[in-house]
Design a protein around this ligand. Sequence first.
Ligand code: LLP
Length: 440
Amino acid sequence: MTRCAEEHFYYHNHTLHVENVCLHTAMQNIETPCYVYSITAMRDQFQLFKNALSCLPRTRIFYALKANSNLSIIKHFSDLGAGMDVVSVGEIERVETATIPTQDIVFSGVGKTTEEIDIALSKEIHCFNIESIEELELINQRAKNLNVKAPIAIRVNPNIEAGGNDKISTGRLTDKFGIDAPTARQLYINNHQYEACIFKGVAMHIGSQITDISLFDRAYRFLAAYAKELAAVEGITLTHIDLGGGLGIAYDQTHIDSVSIQEKKQAVTQLLQDYSDVLKNNFLHFPNEIHFEPGRFLTGNAGLLLTRIIRNKINQEKHFVIVDAAMNDIIRPTLYDAHHSIHPVTASIHSEKHVVDVVGPICETGDFIARSISMPSKEACGDILAIFSAGAYGSVQSSSYNSRPVIAEYAVQNMHFNCIKHAYTVKEQLEKEKQVHFSI
Ligand code: LLP
């Protein structure tokens, strides 16, 4: 039976392990902060997701590589059979660099430039997900100029509130995404006016970190009825329906023991069962291939951010645990008030707990990783803490703010602990900057 991501992170002899690798040992000569991923956990999440789709006859997964675009990781998903959902020419370059066929690319995003459109057309990508009439007209024009056909799907905005947070809800008409349903219908009906475009599908993506499956049900029911209606119109032939991504994960990893790991497994099994039921109810009898763009679900719980304690600072009000990771390494707590559970790599056996704020060295109060959490009071300078569920929207959202390095990434697979991205050091950043500075 396939395992879930959480099962690959556990304590053995009071030390945190990833797969079968002891992090205390692995980190002896490695600098913190750094990201550590379990490749097997990602594979298992992929398999779980795929199993949930098996209720439908024809499906295809396009990994949303914005969640974690490390070359080793995207190559791994491609090897498992996934296509790639990209949002920039930079992501297309990643796909190519990982030697993944560009024909497996779906290109989403509201701001595709003329240059990006031309590049995507020349690479013969699988499909453009169109976000506005203006974009449709431009793609049609560019395809005509290049004497090629542009495969497209219109991203329909269903005007539904969904997503774990206002900033990551995308399916309302007040959001910048997609085209409202009546306008999009008119575009499908008039598809002959866009003679260089092939209207292959219809797409939707309502938001991210969605764990309330009834929201998917609402949106999918809407899209199923919409696509059925379109298919009945003469001159419209759809070959696929793209349901986007958005399936959420559990961020609360308060307990890391065999009982809670089993509970998490049950929870994720239930979530996927409910998701699968929704898919079956809405799309079982569809002739079209159903596409998905998951990101977070595949990588989120498969990654840790490891950080060393620099100092314990206690004032009249608070106990601050100052660590060497900061908001430039993981912006999610600052940006979305996201909760990431934190556990020591080496667990103290009988230590009382204290309520602390875990904060970084960056010069603003918003630089925190967790606030008012309970931690063993024995944690000392030099001890390593693991910030959980950091495998999605972690490293990809990092920056060099406060002239800090963009940190390294490591992967565990089959007992091996390998570097999959070196840090972009401050020295390297300065080299780049000096080149320009000295040439003017
Ligand atoms: N497809 C489209 C068109 C998207 O915009 C996204 C995510 C996905 C698929 C993948 O969604 P997922 O399965 O990962 O939920 N930075 C935020 C998340 C932003 C999500 C943006 N779009 C965070 O850290 O929570």
